[in-house]
Design a protein around this ligand. Sequence first.
Ligand SMILES: Cc1cc2nc3c(=O)[nH]c(=O)nc-3n(C[C@H](O)[C@H](O)[C@H](O)COP(=O)(O)OP(=O)(O)OC[C@H]3O[C@@H](n4cnc5c(N)ncnc54)[C@H](O)[C@@H]3O)c2cc1C
Length: 383
Amino acid sequence: MPIEERVLIAGAGPVGLVAAANLIRGGVPVTVFEAGPDLSEESRASTFHPPTLDMLDRLGAARPLIAQGLTAPAFQYRTRRGGVLAQFDFGAIADVTAHPYRVQCEQSKLTRILYHQLRDKPHFELQFDAQVKDVTQHRSGVEIAIERKGRSETRPGRWLLGADGARSDVRRSLGIEFPGFTWPERFLVVSTPFDFRTVIPDLVAVSYVSDPERWHFLLQIPGLCRVMFPVAPHESDELAVSGDFAQSLMATVVPGVSNYEVAHVTLYKVHQRVAKTFQCGRAFLAGDAAHINNPLGGMGMNGGIHDAINLTSRLIEIWHDGKAEGELERYDRQRRLVTLEYIEKQSIQNKRNLESDGATSAAAWRRSRPTSGAPTSTCCGCP
Ligand SMILES: Cc1cc2nc3c(=O)[nH]c(=O)nc-3n(C[C@H](O)[C@H](O)[C@H](O)COP(=O)(O)OP(=O)(O)OC[C@H]3O[C@@H](n4cnc5c(N)ncnc54)[C@H](O)[C@@H]3O)c2cc1C
């Protein structure tokens, strides 16, 4: 089969669509294959960190995202009994980012913004109901097998990006291992329209509250507060998603306040896994297909967006300037190292800090992150 001069992307999540947007901006034709009938509505990531906003700005997507989200110029680390342990003010890094704040906004808003901007571009194509099932590689191209409403077809391209999430078919088809572990506890997210600032006056939009038994975090998005708790292994899924169980956890947040209005309850299994490699010939992995971690610190999607920008910026240079394709090996070296040494370690440490008593977490906090002055890195690692 002749090569089609375009990049193929599996998955129209935030990582696949950021990759597509950067390629289109760089003049590289793209086809995205999305298994679902539409863009996902699932409520998952809602935190965008400063370096990610800087990247999205270059794609013209930061401004509409900020308009639909909530700007959080600071976040807190608290204990259940002692109140605020530390507050990190993003103003401290205003010299290295044009966006010295977090934006709290659902990831489904970003995918819609990007799709809206891309859909009429001449070299952009998105096919729904198209599940990438298999990958074959040649010396100068790739060929993918797609299943669409029970029918199979193939499509050739120059490179393939697997941005098809944690259960990636691309990763499986390439035979890339995904070692790591699954935490015994699950995480429960309870969303409520209740405004916690009416009962905790010094609360900011993002607050992590440590406790050895029932840590939680409070994360404001427009119109809702998302409260996340751990659920012990002995508590069944059925119990965990029941209204009474959610109310019993919510009643521990502020003494004397109970019977919350609950908008959604969602239970998640939580993993820490990194693919053995992010590249196999002309095929690459990015985002959850390449790495997954617990959501404490909001580094999964942010890290995936950084993967997408790193890889596609290299592809654009090769496409136009004829740079050697060996350059692409740096993608795996750089992003896998950042994932292993930073995202995985920091997200595990964030969980440990929340599970500790106040004194231990205060010490850990001071060791890991200054409360004044710029942090040592502007990568997306803010807890
Ligand atoms: C409760 C929770 C809170 C979180 N909060 C944050 C946060 O605040 N900040 C943060 O950075 N991260 C957060 N995360 C993680 C974040 O949601 C993920 O890292 C992010 O969704 C990864 O994006 P992705 O595009 O790689 O994959 P996905 O969002 O999973 O998108 C993959 C897409 O590929 C499609 N697909 C799957 N298989 C195929 C196939 N074979 N062919 C074609 N298409 C396919 C899927 O339908 C989907 O549309 C959170 C996660 C959870 C569970």
